[in-house]
Design a binder for this molecule. Structure first.
Ligand code: ARG
Length: 385
């Protein structure tokens, strides 16, 4: 970095000095751009890779003609979004947005990927709506109480992913930006701490942070399902640039009753969630909506929203609502063979995912407990999930 300034002071007008600076910079920029190394054309590499990996949505959504039409800057930007799927051909989705605008900036690519994954038309538009009023299938009293199904209190959780408009998405953040984002959120946490229904504390994993929790305390938070795991064990997130600089800029806000939690610096800037052992799904849903309104109402805090796609998340699988609503249920007979195959045979056609208890790609509980959640995130309303 250099400091550039017009040299003249005498017999030149002030207006000419500032204009001379602008005109000189224009020439310097052109000279700099001419020396920049050309961006690698990824087309031949992908043409060789794609036929062997038809289930990789990132690879199958790549259109050489669209790519060729892009400027060098946009070519590099699109390659950045595709990097995880290229480096990990076994990916199912394989791409991640790196900037809040990427879904709109690279719409010809992402609209294909979204259509394939979510089973929607390429020109689909997402609508957000939390109001349960008039939702098809809702019991007459509006209550989603699993006690009415003869079930005991179960562990239930609703989470949403959110990203701040003011920062790059986690895949493109520098270490400094990760820490700046964490520190920006301290203002929001102060506001939550002052509210009896959400009050609690912020635990930072960033060494040297005033709210730092040490390794032993961090592990306790992980064991209590409050903190998220070290992301650098995830090859997809590493290739995407999302897991870098761990544990800097990472932490969790947790309410006194431990039922309201915000993850900071995981796959999305924020993962905001409510969890409770109970029977009434409305309770976690309504509490999350109210908390979200508080966070959303904080001065200077603006979530990234796409005009056509709704809530912006790093991964296109979460786009739209960013919402996963789940509960843990014991299905000892359906899982008597030690697998979730029978549960999946029933759940999958209903649009429900069956997962293990440790989240994505983890085994089911030894007692037959599984994690059930609606699979859809995009082109579905929160109230419908
Ligand atoms: N990138 C990985 C893949 O394509 C994970 C995608 C979904 N999971 C997620 N946590 N976003 O297989």
């Amino acid at each position: 970095t250099v400091d550039i300034s017009p040299s003249a002071r005498f017999c030149i007008k002030e207006c000419e000095i500032i204009t001379a600076l602008y005109l000189g910079i224009e020439k310097l920029k052109a000279a700099e751009d001419a020396l920049a190394p050309p961006v690698e054309d990824i087309t031949p590499r992908l043409a060789a890779l794609s036929p062997d990996h038809p289930d990789n949505i990132c690879l199958s959504s790549f259109d050489p003609a669209y790519y060729a039409s892009l400027s060098n800057e946009d070519k590099a930007g699109l390659e950045r979004c595709m990097r995880s799927g290229i480096e990990n051909p076994d990916s199912s989705m394989g791409c991640y947005a790196c900037q809040p605008e990427d879904y709109d900036r690279f719409k010809p690519f992402f609209s294909k990927a979204l259509a394939k994954y979510h089973g929607v038309p390429e020109d689909a538009k997402h609508v957000n709506d939390w109001s349960l009023e008039g939702v098809e299938g809702l019991p007459a009293d509006g209550g989603l109480d699993i006690a009415k199904l003869g079930l005991p209190e179960l562990s239930m959780r609703v989470r949403v992913g959110r990203n701040l408009k003011a920062f790059p998405l986690p895949g493109a953040m520098t270490k400094q930006q990760r820490c700046d984002m964490e520190n920006f959120m301290l203002g929001a946490f102060a506001k939550l701490i002052a509210m009896p229904e959400y009050g609690g504390k912020y635990c930072s994993f960033t060494p040297g942070h005033p709210n730092y929790v040490d390794a032993a305390e961090y592990q306790k938070l992980v064991d209590a399902h409050i903190a998220f795991k070290d992301m650098s064990a995830d090859k997809y997130l590493l290739s995407a640039g999302i897991a870098q600089d761990w544990p800097h800029g990472r932490g969790v806000y947790v309410s006194e009753d431990r039922g309201f939690i915000i993850w900071v610096g995981e796959e999305d800037h924020l993962r905001i969630m409510c969890m409770e052992k109970g029977t009434v799904l409305n309770k976690v849903f309504d509490r999350l909506k109210a908390a979200l309104d508080v966070v959303n109402g904080i001065e200077g805090l603006e979530f990234a929203i796409s005009p056509d796609y709704g809530v912006v998340t790093s991964c296109p699988t979460n786009l739209g609502t960013g919402m996963r609503a789940s509960l843990h249920i014991q299905l000892p007979y359906l899982t008597a063979d030690g697998t979730d195959a029978k549960a999946k045979a029933i759940a999958t056609p209903l649009g429900l995912s069956v997962r293990g208890l440790g989240g994505e790609h983890t085994p089911i509980g030894a007692d037959g407990t599984v994690d059930i959640s609606p699979s859809a995130r995009f082109c579905i309303k929160e109230c419908e999930i």
